[in-house]
Design a protein around this ligand. Structure first.
Ligand SMILES: *Cc1c(COP(=O)(O)O)cnc(C)c1O
Length: 402
């Protein structure tokens, strides 16, 4: 039996006719840049996410970049984020000349740890007012954090909702109020995920989504979207995605060319109708893995994903921790035609391109441990019970001889 990590072909077979029809309509209109098809998808997304506004952009990476641009993040600013995420989260910060600051993760959820952030603040920052003539502070604000070594200020935080579960947003939002940070949610892996009674993407100032083909809602190429409840932020983002000019050939800002492609919007509008069903199938698959692992007596070798009680999990990934011989297990599964992946093998604070930031091995021990232990199993909606049984049985076989 072959069990690929992801099988987009079976989903394609389900929706082919309907999507082709909608593509034909765009082709007939020959209207490829923005327009009513993109607006219709943006509207549908505001309803799905529960935000006031949605702005379609070229990718999830650009959603992060444009959000940071909208908040004026620039050279000399610091932005707090997690080292255990896809590169784009920190890449967007660096592209603007700002400095990513990495705090360690919570080992249960793999997301930014509020306690690790507080420890970092105590060790490396002092509190200072923005400037004597800034407007009165928000309720509970105590001032901005200034790095004791570099004198740079933390201006924003990008929590990532990794694998389909939200970060500890209550605590992170309280810190953000206290220290006057903009909150940009990286919800690329968490479309439709709930935190208390709200959706990922409505908790911060902006929510950034990716429709990279392998995401829970995937396009047929690159695509992304930003959600916000703030009208002026929405207007600024719509201007920034068309080179910073509302009126053609007149430019208020230096923006970029980053629009949600109209053909992709047509595809996504159809696929969005199926998303709830696909999410349910992912969750059911996760419950079945949970049950199979409980029965398999592998608790000394493996721990499953942990979901905190005040949020749900939409299983963009079903990620286990393999306490010993993770790489050998991955190779063994590959030999048995089972696809798995390591998200992510090297935390961002140890990436070559961030060497100048001066981080060392041991600076974020939980992220480093997660990078050594994590393994994501196939979890896509069309996965069958027989396939899941084969995956868990093969893992058991491996540990019988190791
Ligand atoms: C996929 C992803 C992105 C980037 O999205 P693209 O659409 O590929 O640019 C950003 N952050 C996280 C956590 C992601 O998983």
């Amino acid at each position: 039996m072959q069990v690929p990590l992801l099988d987009l072909k079976s989903q394609y077979a389900q929706i082919k006719e309907e999507v082709w029809q909608s593509l034909q309509e765009v082709l007939t209109s020959q209207h490829f840049i923005l327009g009513p098809v993109v607006e219709k998808f943006e509207q549908a997304m505001t309803r799905y996410i529960g935000s006031k506004y949605a702005i379609g952009v070229a990718s999830g990476s650009d959603a992060l970049l444009l959000s940071l641009m909208a908040f004026g993040i620039k050279e000399g600013d610091e932005v707090l984020t997690t080292p255990f995420t896809f590169f784009a989260t920190a890449g967007a910060i660096s592209r603007l000349g700002a400095t990513p600051v990495f705090a360690d993760i919570d080992p249960d959820t793999y997301n930014l740890s509020p306690a690790a952030i507080e420890k970092l603040i105590q060790q490396q920052y002092r509190i200072e007012q923005a400037s004597p003539d800034t407007p009165p502070k928000a309720d509970g604000a105590s001032g901005q954090l200034v790095n004791k070594k570099t004198n740079r200020r933390i201006k924003a935080i990008i929590p990532v909702h990794l694998y389909g579960q939200c970060a500890d947003m209550t605590e992170l939002l309280a810190l953000a109020r206290k220290y006057q940070w903009q909150v940009i949610e990286d919800a690329a892996q968490a479309i439709g995920t709930a935190y208390q009674n709200k959706s990922a993407g409505t908790l911060g100032m902006t929510g950034c989504f990716s429709f990279f083909p392998s995401k829970n809602l995937g396009a047929w190429g690159d695509a992304g979207l930003i959600t916000t409840d703030d009208q002026s932020v929405m207007e600024l983002l719509k201007t920034l995605r068309v080179h910073g000019g509302q009126k053609k050939y007149y430019h208020q800002y230096v923006g970029c060319n980053s629009r949600l492609d109209t053909l992709q919007a047509a595809i996504l509008t159809i696929k969005l109708k199926y998303l709830d069903g696909w999410q349910k199938a992912r969750i059911n698959n996760a419950r079945y893995y949970d049950q199979l692992f409980r029965q398999s007596a592998l608790t000394d070798q493996i721990t499953g994903p942990v979901t905190k009680p005040d949020r749900n999990h939409t299983y963009h990934q079903y990620t286990i921790r393999v306490l010993t011989k993770r790489d050998e297990l991955k190779a063994f599964l590959q030999q048995h035609q089972i696809g798995t992946e390591i998200y992510y093998p090297l935390p961002l604070h140890l990436q070559e391109c961030f060497k100048p930031l001066g981080y060392r091995q041991g600076d974020c021990p939980e992220a480093e441990k997660a990078a050594r232990e994590c393994l994501s199993l196939p979890i896509y909606p069309e996965l069958t019970k027989e396939m899941q049984e084969f995956v868990v049985k093969t893992i058991k076989d491996f540990f019988k001889n190791n």
